[in-house]
Design a protein. Sequence first.
Length: 415
Amino acid sequence: MTRISIPYGEETLDISVPEKNIADIVYPTKVTIRDNYSVLNEAIKNSLGTQTIEDFLRKQTPVLIIVNDATRPTRTATVLDTIERNMQTKDLRFLVATGAHRAPTEQELRMMFGKHYRNFRNHILIHDAKDNKSLKHYGKTRYGNELWLNRAVTRFERIFTIGSVEPHYFAGFTGGRKSILPGIAGYNTIEQNHKFAVHPRAQPLNIDGNPIQEEMVDCINALRNREIISVQMVLDKNNNIYEAFTGPIDKTFEMATRMARRIYCIKIPAKADIVVTVAQKPFDIDLYQTLKAIEHGRIALKESGVLIVVSPCHEGLGPPSFARLFSSPKSIEDAVKNAEGYYQLGDHNAINLASLRKWGEIWMVTRISDTLLRNAQIRQFDSLKKAIQVAIEKKGLDAKILFLINGSLTVPDIQ
C-alpha cells in the first residue's frame, strides 16, 4: 500500500492505495526554492522595458495600481513590501480587479495587502462589474464586444498591474492582460468575452488564436495612451515566487507564460481509468473556482472513466451566474440550449459540464449539498477513501488511478 496525503482546505486527508492501482502522483514541477524578495529585486533591476518600477513610481503624477482579488494566489503584499520605499509620498490608488466575482471581505483585503492595508485602506477601490455608473466606454473589440471598463482608469495616465501567471482552462493563462479584462471590465463585457470559452482555441496553455485572449489584447490597445507597467510572477507549488518579470504588460506576460509552461505542464504516460484531481487554496473556495481542477483532470481521464474532485468549497457553488446551473435537474440542459441563441454568463460551464458527463462520471469529496450536486449528476462522497474504493470496484481491481495533487495548476500532457 502507498500512503498519500491529500490537501483538503485546512485539513489533510491521508489515504492508502494499493501500489498496483497507482498510475502516477503528479505535482507541479519541483523547482529550487528561492527567496521571494531576491527574485522580485532581481526582476525590478532587470526590467524588460526602458524603465524600472522604481523609476516609474518616482515620477510625480498619480499612479493606479491594479491588484488581483483573493481568488488568485498572487503575492501582492510581497510586491508592495519590495517597492515600499517608493510608495511613501506618492498619490496612489489601488483598484481590486474582481471581474465578475464578489467583493473581497475585510479579512481577505488584509491578507492581500498585508501590513500595507492599514496605510492604504482609504485608497483602495473595489471594482463592481454591475455598477454601470462606475464604467466608461472604450469602443469595441475586433469581435464587436462593447468595451466597458472601470472609469478609474480615465483619471490616471499611469497604471501599474500586479499579477501572477497560471494555466487557465479556457483563457490559456491567467495574469497579464486579465487584470483589465475581465479584471476591471463591466459585466456585459465579461459576459460577451466568456461566451468564447467554448471556442476550439480556448484551451489550457493556448493563447494563439484564442478569442478570449484576443479581446484582452484589444482591451490593452484601447489604453495605449496610458503608460502601463507590470510585474508578473510565476509561483511554485507552495505559492512562493519562483520567477518574476517587470516591464511592459505584454512583454512580462509573454515571458511569464513561457516559465509557467515549464512548471505547470506535466508529462504523463497515459490517461487513467480514475483521476483524483485536487483543488488547493485559494481555488477550493467554491465549485466555480474548482472548475480549473475539473477541466485539467478531464484531460487525463479515459473515456467512461471516473473523475474524483477533492475540494471543500466552503462558500458553496459560487456566483449566481454559475449556481443557477444546479437549481434543478434540467438546469444544465436548459442552459446549453439557451446558449445557442442567447448566451448568459455561466452557460459555457453548462456546456463543458454536459460534455464531461458524456465522457465520464464526476464524483466529489466536498461540503456542498448532495441535492445540489445530484441536480448536475455529480455524486457526492463524505470520504475520499470510500470514493476511491467504489471507483475501483466500478472500473475493476486493476484500474489505474492518477492523482493530480494540485489539479487547479497542473495541466497533464499525454506523451
